[in-house]
Ligand binder design. Sequence first.
Ligand SMILES: [Zn+2]
Ligand SMILES: [Zn+2]
Length: 769
Amino acid sequence: MVKRQRILITGRVQGVGFRPAVYRIARGLGLSGVVYNDTKGVTIELQGKEEKIAEFLVRLRSDSDKPPLAEIKSWDVVEIPVIEAEGKFTIQTSDSQGSPLSQVTADIATCRDCLAEMADTEDFRYGYPFINCTNCGPRYSIVKNIPYDRPNTTMSVFKMCDKCAAQYTEVTDRRFHAQPVACGECGPSIRLTDSKGKTIETQTERVIAETAHLLSAGKIVAIKGIGGFHLAVDALDNKAVGRLRERKKRDHKPFAMMADSIEKIQKYAIVSESAERLLKTPQSPIVLLPKKPNSTIAPSPAEGVSTYGFMLCYAPLHYLLFEQLNECGTDVLVMTSGNISDEPLICKNDLAQERLGKVADAFLMHDREIYRQVDDSIVHFVDEQPVLLRRARGYVPSPIFTEENCRQEIFAAGADLKNTFCFAKQNQFICSEHIGDLEDAEVYHHYINSIEHLRKLFEVEPKVVAYDLHPGYLSTQHALSLESSKLIGIQHHWAHIASVLAEHGLSGPVIGLAADGTGYGTDGTIWGCECMIASLEKFERFGHLAYYQLAGADKASKEAVRPALSLLKKAYGNKFTLKKFDWLLKRIEPDINRLRIISEQLEKGVNCVETSSLGRVFDAVAAMLGLGSYNHFDAQLPMALEAVIENEIEEQYDFDLTNRTGEPLQLDLGKMVKELIADIQKGLTNSVISAKFHNCLAAGMLEMAKAARESTKLNTVALSGGVFCNRYLTIRCIKLLKKTGFSVLFNQDVPSNDGGISVGQAAIAAQFG
Ligand SMILES: [Zn+2]
Ligand SMILES: [Zn+2]
């Protein structure tokens, strides 16, 4: 029997080759009808035999027929009247472009079909460094405006040749409406310049060969990519990596690396099956992988951590370069962000030449403009699940879908460190890419510009503005300066927990465990390790790490001596003297005068704040173990402390939970400090001490969760906060909680560090908007 059905599909279905796929399947099955984009997604009308329509529906969702980038979110089928003598199936292209929310997609790594063409000497794009198609290539980084059409991208300056245009306009072609389509005849080109910008070479093959020679000779080359410049150097050349570190003024942060195959990465790191799958995804993130013992990678790319950050080539240019590098015998490149210390990633040619000219010996340039700078994303594995630590290229602007439509459009300002911001519109949270630390003036400037650009791009008119309670945050000050009908201040750790709820499509209540550095509390103190009963509507502080004092506000997050002294004084009370602990303190701060000053400051409470920060406890313990006493970058000491753990052990330090009526439960680490000091004196290894410390925290948080369950009968725990970027602690917590019968939620799509705050803020604001 002939029927006609209308199918409405939402999700990532525009700009990903969805209509041509529908067309191919429908024609193959002898169905008639039409497919078009609309403001919600894609609408298909299908007419034909009932069983053929049913087969169509199965095939469209199958891995072999669904376009690789498409993601179907919802699916709605209604029966409509049959149209007599309809003829063939057609694609209607003269429709509106659809919703701004569904048009702009993320930048996608080069697909297999394009790689095959690039290697085919008969193909007219043989060896072309900008080959792309509907299934791959730049998107978000080149879009200036909507509708997403070539004139609104940075490709507008390149006029398509006849061959490219023919593919672009042919509905059945892999390049149908692929906006960045180009070839050697009509598209962007590369060139090699010296550090001053003088062109050395322009012929594609010679540019690449010469770049490879420079790299294998130990030179630093700035390479323009998809979302910005990378600084590249041979990762096995210790001297060259050292030179890069010195010139980049980035003394300690680990460098990311790139290889052209899993086999190459496996020479240096342990790649699990799931890690291999993730490395090969179209998003192509940096994946943190355990180092192999005796790896020959220069020690300097990743000192003080137990992992290497590796990504596979993701742009055609990377593949062409690695082909030449292989001939020169170079395996792996350091590919670190092209910027100086904490400034924003550089994406413009002239700025790169100006800023990176002192760092790079040469530039591998191209003339396709990058409109939005997008860093590489970083992912690690927790409980076999990929977890984003930095969400940027490949993932942004993919939205997080909500169950219900937002009543009003929302802007969430985020936090000041690892900032992202977020818009809520219709049934989507659109979180920006990683912006950076706003205390840097240029990052702040970039933040303000980015908000405006994305607001226009997605046509958002926020009526509700959400911000962090910290009065000193620049993001907060910006939010408060906006004219909007409603301003909502949201406690930092509540936003962390809400970010977990948002990405799991839940509204709570749950038991929230936030393990964090610092965030402004509702009582004016600095919160950090919190147990809260939280939903998207409200939260109650159920328990927290017992307060200790931090001297010297801002300095306290860098200098470990400050929390170390404070925790010792708290644990030992008046039994503590500088002289008695001289043996320990001198490895943290050799200057006795400074120790005296900070010690007095703590006693008198001058410029001190009360805090339940967990991040600072990690700093203190790392310093006591002699692993360093200064955070040159965020979480350097905590990362070093995690890295010394060799094996999981079951022993742990003791702690107290104190329960005073009318007050939240308190987790007191006094016993832990004393036992840890005794272990250091006994000469126990750092590896064992660190594991016992981590186990103690996991056990302490478990006890808080159990008490919360006892009192509320809730059984779901949500974990969030920057300290949960620590894999050992997170895995331990999940294990203990699950063993005790809890179901456990944690961040995966947005970072558990402050990069996820804006999504949590948006989710809470959506309840009030
Ligand atoms: Zn492709
Ligand atoms: Zn062309």
